[in-house]
Design a protein around this ligand. Sequence first.
Ligand code: FES
Length: 60
Amino acid sequence: MIVCICHRVSDRDIEREAREGCGSFEALQGELRVATACGACTDCARHTFEKACVSPPAEL
Ligand code: FES
């Protein structure tokens, strides 16, 4: 699912960054530019990032 239309950032992009150790939402914005244009996606992007940080996908 695309979270940020302005920069074409998906929930998977955000989850991947969280998995790779992106430590804060501000750092995520630096990497993906998510929520740095119109701002309409800010709440959804923040929620997706925080959820990915607390519940990383289970290892297979
Ligand atoms: S939709 Fe993300 S900044 Fe516009």
